[in-house]
Ligand binder design. Structure first.
Ligand code: SF4
Ligand code: SF4
Length: 312
């Protein structure tokens, strides 16, 4: 077997054993069009106060600047599809946060792959899971893993959008994906119509300032009254624009044990979240993505949810 084929079948085998849904190879070329689109998006203020998105643009545009010596990029997806398990009256938590933090889960898997590639083939690689300026979704498209939908998420034609992404920048050339998945939203506008806050400002354009995911997870400090209202009954994240997407009828439930819901997270009501102590929060949330806004942010969100309940 040619060495290239041996490397590819080794990765395929490892990805399968590690419960990864799919993987592909993207070229390490400069991403000028993607950078132009990002600059336009930022110039409209759609990134809210996520200033880090506007920084390191040269590194984001050029993978070879981010990791000198990069010749190919391996992109991996991990499936987190599962049915909502919270009783419907409780404040909503995005499904990707039901179990262990995906950053940790996926990074560990990518590190294992990187280590085998290094030991067996002498390949050097750097793993990223939302941890550096990387055009993750766009690289996934170039790796043949899906298309970007009008809801701005990566969608696989056979498996929907309940995926998380990670990549390994490697120092050898491998043949990039030959067959890319075409844009396949057609005339559908379900995600735009269903978004409760109008955050999908146009097809393929997210205004983070109105997005519940941003407001509940990334926004720091107090919520302005209109922002608090936008939360509805969402405590952490929002899945609406995925729940309505017809491509998700093909979703297959995840087999990843680390994504199993933590009962404590699933069963608290808004009042309990509002009253949670730092100590309890940190103990029960250790290793969870819900740590990101910290106890303070979650209490703030719970207060907004309670206010919204009173308005009903
Ligand atoms: S995550 Fe929720 S608020 Fe954000 S765009 Fe999707 S439906 Fe709208
Ligand atoms: S809901 Fe419709 S328009 Fe939105 S991403 Fe899915 S297919 Fe595309």
């Amino acid at each position: 077997m040619a060495i290239e084929q041996e490397i590819i079948s080794t990765i395929t085998d490892l990805a399968k054993r590690l419960n990864l849904a799919d993987w592909g190879i993207a070229p390490a070329d400069e991403m000028v069009n993607e950078a132009d689109r990002l600059a336009l998006w930022i110039s409209n203020g759609y990134h809210a106060d996520m200033q880090w998105i506007a920084e390191n643009t040269a590194l984001r545009q050029n993978p070879k600047l981010l990791v000198p010596g990069t010749q190919s990029i391996l992109v991996f997806t991990i499936n987190y599809a599962q049915q909502p398990v919270q009783p419907p009256h409780l404040p909503r938590i995005a499904r990707y946060a039901y179990g262990r933090d995906y950053h940790k889960v996926l990074r560990n898997k990518l590190k294992k792959i990187g280590s085998v590639l290094n030991q067996r083939f002498g390949i050097s690689g750097r793993c990223f899971v939302d941890s550096a300026p990387v055009f993750e979704r766009e690289l996934a498209v170039k790796a043949g893993l899906g298309f970007i939908g009008k809801n701005c998420l990566l969608i696989h034609r056979n498996a929907g959008s309940w995926f998380l992404l990670g990549s390994i920048f490697i120092d050898i050339p491998l043949p990039p994906a030959q067959k890319l998945q075409p844009h396949s939203c057609g005339g559908c506008t379900r995600c735009i119509d269903a978004c409760p806050t109008g955050a999908l400002a146009a097809p393929y354009t997210l205004d983070a300032r109105k997005c519940i995911s941003y407001l509940t997870i990334e926004k720091r400090g107090d919520l302005e009254p209109p922002e608090a209202k936008m939360l509805g009954n969402h405590l952490f994240g929002c899945d609406i624009c995925q729940e309505v997407c017809p491509w998700n009828r093909f979703a297959i439930p995840t087999k990843e044990p680390d994504f199993r819901p933590r009962p404590w997270i699933m069963n608290l009501d808004a009042r309990q979240w509002q009253d949670v102590s730092d100590e309890d929060f940190n103990r029960h949330m250790a290793g969870s993505a819900i740590m990101r806004p910290k106890a303070e942010g979650i209490r703030r969100n719970a207060e907004a949810v309670l206010e919204n309940e009173k308005r009903k």
